[in-house]
Design a binder for this molecule. Structure first.
Ligand SMILES: Cc1ncc(COP(=O)(O)O)c(C=O)c1O
Length: 346
């Protein structure tokens, strides 16, 4: 299986990749402009950026590994924990569906076996099914909180129970790419659950997707095998400088978080008016069930220069579209286009 990379659409309003369409903080641009030629010529230092991220997340710096986007952290995890040992059983990765497709791609790329857990109607977390899917061969459980593509959060208690159930040496990855929007994190619990790693990204709330920076947080002994397989200088100097500047501008973050809340409320209202199903989201996007109007809606809105992501092929997501809900102005434009398309279709 390969990643079905969305087409490179940069000539319209990008509401299909959960990005921050407000951009990044102006302080990031200022900081990048101060980069000196020799800073670009030298391999990058990581101590200051690691400290800044650790301070932001409330952990000691030795419990945090910077990565080239959270994507690299996920691949590092797969390489470190899901490669079949010579002559040994194939390691398994349990994935409650629908899920971020990279979990499957990374697992398969290194020769591991995906064990999917199918969703329940309404996307309530299927804890009993996940616990049942865990076997002595389980090496990783991939969780996403809040989930992508549903936006639905899982109970923290479920993470605790999964952590207790997995075999020794296995890792529970809690992907918190959207945690800023939910206002909840498992990080304070990590010392009591040493087999859990939390993944974070600066792509979403901080608008740094183009620079590629994220991190893994957890016990040093669980991180070490991942550090050992990730390229030594994979995070570049622009990302190092940018993340520190971004973390220094909490007003920008707060404004975006506020706009995300307002945008979601606007979209829920529009869905109610248009008889579209939706799931209340804790992230910066909403999964909308358009049923048999899905195709026409995505095509019609695309013609108006607005990109949405058809998620119909994901388990439990038949007829569903994922729509980023960030900038209020952009959300209003999307809603106007959706209304126009659906009203024209009668
Ligand atoms: C659940 C989830 N994890 C990880 C990522 C990747 O984040 P990054 O841009 O830091 O690689 C994404 C990006 O969409 C995501 O949705």
């Amino acid at each position: 299986m390969t990643y079905d990379k969305p087409p490179e659409l940069y000539d319209g309003l990008r509401l299909h990749q959960n990005e921050n369409t407000l951009g990044c903080s102006p302080r990031v641009i200022e900081a990048l402009a101060t980069l000196r030629p020799e800073e670009i010529a030298f391999y990058p230092p990581y101590a200051a950026a690691t400290r800044a991220c650790a301070l932001y997340l409330g952990v000691e710096p030795d419990r945090l590994a910077l990565t080239n986007g959270l994507d690299e952290g996920l691949m590092g995890l797969a390489v470190a924990y899901l490669r079949p040992p010579v002559g040994g059983p194939i390691p398994e990765a349990v994935v409650p569906e629908p899920a971020f497709e990279i979990f499957r791609i990374d697992t398969e790329a290194v020769g591991g076996q995906i064990v999917p857990v199918m969703p329940r109607p309404g996307f309530g977390f299927p804890l009993d099914l996940v616990l049942r899917a865990i076997t002595p061969r389980t090496r990783v459980v991939f969780l996403t909180n809040p989930n992508n593509p549903t936006g639905v959060s899982m109970p923290i208690e479920a993470i605790r129970q999964i952590s207790h159930r997995v075999p020794k040496g296995a890792v529970v990855l809690v992907d918190e790419a959207y945690a800023e929007f939910a206002g909840r994190t498992f990080i304070p619990e990590l010392p009591s659950f040493p087999n859990v790693l939390v993944g974070r990204t600066f792509s979403k709330a901080f608008g740094l997707a183009g620079l590629r920076i994220g991190c893994l947080v957890g016990a040093p002994e669980v991180l070490d095998p991942i550090r050992a397989v990730v390229p030594v200088y994979s995070v570049n100097i622009a990302a190092v400088v940018a993340v520190q500047a971004a973390l220094g501008d909490r007003e920008f973050l707060q404004d975006y978080l506020r706009q995300v809340q307002e945008s979601k409320a606007l979209l829920y209202d529009a869905c109610d008016r248009l008889s579209l199903k939706y799931w209340k989201s804790d992230a910066n996007f909403v999964l909308v069930g358009a049923g048999d109007r899905c195709d026409a809606l995505v095509t019609g809105v695309t013609r108006r220069g607005i990109y949405l992501r058809d998620r119909s092929n994901e388990p439990g997501c038949g007829g569903c579209i994922r729509i980023s809900t960030g900038s209020v102005e952009h959300t209003r434009r999307a809603i106007a286009a959706i209304e126009e398309v659906l009203c024209a279709a009668g």
